[in-house]
Design a protein. Structure first.
Length: 292
């Protein structure tokens, strides 16, 4: 595997690996080491099937089922272990207007970290491009290790003990989407997550932020939200961000423990078929019994 940096601080393109085949353990170890170092890995021209993507993802850890499984009566277009990050309905047609899933998915354009709203959050996300629009639809990534390093030592010390409360309802409410059923709310209760994490692979500290975070324990809500907004603005300065322009067949892996990301706008009448597998931690990061 050959690695070429695509940003001065993080993110690399990996060549010489065919992810469609069963990789040796040493190859998986090398990929994990590269993710530890760069946070984001770009693999061009892979053209994975859903099953090939699931098989590779499971070599990295347990794969979480898509959140769409929590929607009673929802008809899935693809494998339930593969998140449908497309603008297509169950029949493969472009979603328009008041389509519920389309409106919900608009929140993916907010800076976030996958599955931080789950009590057991994500380690890696793997997003493959099956069809891309003629322009737009890029994905941007922010290096949360560099963002942490850029804070003064006094600020780092003040943030170290803080715990944020994450909820899927928080990020959706930010764009005015509140259409959750009682079953969905019960399936995804709020989660406690540390505001600062130490990455187990690299040993580096990073901010752990997301649009899902709406409060900080022990701080009045307006003050806590202002702190979260200030930190997000700091962490997403242009010099800390890599923008990936997609080609059909690309697979991008990112480490949710040390990056944030967001999707960008595109012509909603064009097809954008993106499919994500999400690798989960094996246990919550903090005790969750205090969350109601």
């Amino acid at each position: 595997m050959q690695l070429t940096s695509v940003h001065p601080l993080f993110a690399a393109e990996a060549k010489g690996v065919d992810l469609r085949r069963s990789l040796a353990d040493a190859e998986i170890t090398a990929i994990v080491a590269a993710i530890d170092r760069f946070g984001v890995l770009v693999f061009r021209g892979q053209h994975l099937t859903d099953q090939q993507q699931v098989d590779f993802s499971e070599r990295l850890g347990p794969v979480a089922f898509t959140r769409q499984m929590d929607r009673p009566g929802h008809r899935l277009r693809i494998d339930p272990k593969v998140g449908d990050i497309s603008n297509l309905d169950a029949d493969g047609e472009v979603m328009m207007g008041e389509n519920r899933r389309r409106l919900d998915a608009l929140a993916n354009r907010l800076w976030h970290t996958d599955h931080s709203f789950r009590r057991t959050p994500a380690t890696y996300s793997l997003l493959s491009a099956h069809a891309v629009p003629s322009s737009g639809g890029e994905t941007e990534f922010a290096d949360m290790r560099a963002a942490y390093d850029a804070l003064p030592a006094s600020k780092q010390a003040a943030l170290a003990p803080l715990v944020a409360v994450h909820s899927i309802e928080t990020s959706r409410a930010a764009i005015g989407f509140t259409d959750f059923t009682a079953e969905e709310r019960a399936a995804l209760p709020a989660a406690r997550q540390p505001l600062v994490r130490t990455h187990p692979g690299s040993g580096r500290k990073s901010l752990y932020l997301a649009a899902h975070a709406g409060a900080i324990e022990g701080i009045p809500t307006p003050e806590g939200r202002m702190l979260l907004l200030d930190l997000t603005e700091h962490a997403t300065q242009p010099q800390l961000v890599y923008r990936h322009t997609w080609n059909a067949g690309d697979l991008v892996i990112w480490d949710n423990r040390c990056t944030m990301h967001r999707g960008r706008d595109f012509d909603p009448t064009e097809r954008r078929d993106m499919r994500r597998t999400t690798v989960s931690e094996v246990a919550p990061l903090l005790p969750q019994t205090e969350i109601s």
